[in-house]
Write a protein that binds this ligand. Structure first.
Ligand code: NAP
Length: 497
């Protein structure tokens, strides 16, 4: 795998079989209406395959069967050690098919093949394996109650959960949802993003092969506005887990309130601060500042889009980051040397272009990039772009662009850096770079975000919780804490005679 060239990957892509049907009750099926929608390769705009366009009638059927299997207990009451074995086998099957799945993800999302092979697929395998292995090691509670009484505090599965996921990390966000929700015994109805349904459909078949009972995992591709809304409003769904934009997250909370108050956990947008002090390792900080914002073409919820730099090194550091930006020129995602692929579609590209115009209109200084590239391919490739002279009140510093656009903002004191970092509706992630242990810790503690790096960006693994403060969400993916989003606490109080 490591030695494959762009030609090898192209040849493999030619042989790949695409499965675009929904996955319901352990079988691939067409939408009841027979309708389909094309999914395209963002690298060149070519159709990959037709995908089932599921509607409310498919959803009702899938929920009914997911409920029936939940009530029957085939999975929900299976011994945790047996559920573990199914999830571990599933992880092994994904690992066995790693190259095909990575290629599928690259073709459907436009992600560089070096990322899908080294990040997305391994993270998916680790997440499913870890949650499976953890589930028979989690104990419930016996609280310290008075004599002649005994209380049991148990965590029970919610029932039927729906998971709605975005297009920027389709495979890994799917795994972040499915692994803990299935491990805790729920039935799950997954709605992938319309742009990127293929990897979720592929791994659903492998779950069945691993022994997941029919109906426990249903995958319904279809539009968010109709199918997604119907699931979120469904009276027979007990939990909703979502990763996506803040505006849609707010709608989902309303849907929950308007329907049955289903437990609703949201992982939403961000505008993450990356704070650099003059006393840090500037070479490393500059290289990572570029990674933080340009990785995945900036289509990353945790992207470090606000680079907050100590004033005395501002000009020098801006030059260093600009130097690093040259390594992020986009290219063919199937080439293992490519670091950044295209934007997901024309809509996302236009949003990015508009924000470049907005930044210029606000008086910020476009010091690098700002243009479309490789137009002849049919893909929407955008140059890595950097704005200097940014004030945190500008729209380019406040609004999530979701593209490769960096805003560089100067500060004089640590207090000012923290104030700028916290002046945001978001609170997802961030980082601080300093070799002074006091500065680093104090700033890290004061920035109101769910994940903060000290002298690193994008740090973390499956052992730590991930989620947002403020309008970046309310749930937690990953780690044992993710199990809490998919379970209810139940108390049984016993009195002895
Ligand atoms: P999005 O537009 O919010 O869509 C996310 C999912 O919601 C898609 O499956 C979409 O379906 C569905 N959807 C849309 N409208 C809906 C509605 N009214 N009811 C129910 N479902 C609906 O987000 P996106 O553009 O795919 O993803 C980018 C966003 O996700 C960014 O804001 C990013 O920051 C955020 N994100 C957050 C995290 C995190 O962990 N915090 C991680 C990754 C991404 P369609 O595809 O059919 O529209």
């Amino acid at each position: 795998m490591l030695d494959r060239t762009v030609t090898d990957w192209q040849a493999l892509a030619g042989e790949l079989q695409f499965e675009g049907r929904a996955f319901i009750n352990g079988r691939y099926v067409d939408a009841l209406s027979g309708q389909t929608r094309a999914t395209v390769n963002p690298a060149n705009g070519a159709e990959l395959t037709e995908v089932a366009l599921c509607g409310t009638e498919d959803a009702d059927l899938a929920v009914k069967d997911a409920r029936a299997v939940f009530e029957k207990g085939t999975w929900s009451r299976m011994a945790p050690m047996d559920r573990k074995m199914v999830l571990v086998r599933w992880a092994e099957l994904i690992e066995k098919h790693a190259d095909e799945i990575a290629l599928l993800e690259t073709l459907d999302v436009g992600k560089p093949i070096s990322d899908t092979t080294h990040v997305d697929v391994p993270a998916t395998v680790r997440t499913i394996r870890w949650s499976g292995e953890a589930i028979d090691k989690v104990y419930d509670e016996i609280p310290p109650t008075p004599a002649d009484t005994l209380a049991l505090v148990q965590r029970l599965p919610l029932g039927v959960v729906t998971a709605i996921v975005p297009w920027n990390f389709p495979l890994s966000t799917t795994a972040w949802k499915l692994a803990p929700s299935l491990a805790t015994g729920n039935s799950v109805v997954l709605k992938p993003a319309s742009n990127t349904p293929l990897s979720a459909l592929y791994i659903a078949g492998l779950a069945s092969e691993a022994g997941l009972p029919d109906g426990v995992l249903q995958v319904l591709p279809g539009p968010g506005g109709s199918l997604g809304r119907h699931l979120a409003m469904h009276m027979d769904i007990d939990g909703l887990t979502f990763t996506g934009s803040t505006p849609v997250g707010k709608q989902l909370m309303e849907y929950s309130g308007q329907s049955n108050l289903k437990r609703t956990f949201l992982e939403l947008g961000g505008k993450s601060p990356n704070i650099v002090f003059a006393d840090s390792n500037l070479e490393k900080a500059a290289a990572m500042a570029a990674v933080a914002v340009f990785y995945n073409g900036g289509q990353t919820c945790t992207a470090g889009t606000r680079l907050i730099v100590e004033e005395k090194i501002h000009d020098r550091f801006l030059e260093m980051v600009t130097g690093n930006a040259r390594n992020w020129m986009p290219g063919n995602p199937l080439d293992p040397a490519t670091a950044m692929g295209p934007m997901i579609d024309a809509g996302q590209f236009n949003t990015v272009s508009e924000y470049v115009g907005i930044g210029q209109g606000e008086g910020a200084d476009l010091v690098f990039g700002g243009k479309r590239m490789l137009e002849e391919t049919g893909g929407y490739y955008h140059q890595p772009s950097i704005f200097g002279g940014v004030h945190n009140a500008m729209r380019i510093a406040q609004e999530e662009i979701f593209g490769p656009v960096l805003s560089v903002i100067p500060f004089k004191t640590a207090e000012e850096a923290v104030a700028i970092a916290n002046d945001s509706i978001f609170g997802l992630a961030g980082a601080v770079w300093s070799n002074n242990i006091n500065t680093a810790h104090k700033v890290a503690e004061a920035v109101r975000v769910g994940t903060m790096g000290i002298n690193n960006y994008f740090g973390g693994d499956i052992t730590v919780p991930f989620g947002g403060f403020k309008q970046s969400g309310n749930g937690r993916d990953k780690s044992i804490h993710a199990f809490h989003d998919y379970t209810e606490l139940k108390t049984t109080w016993i009195e002895f005679e």
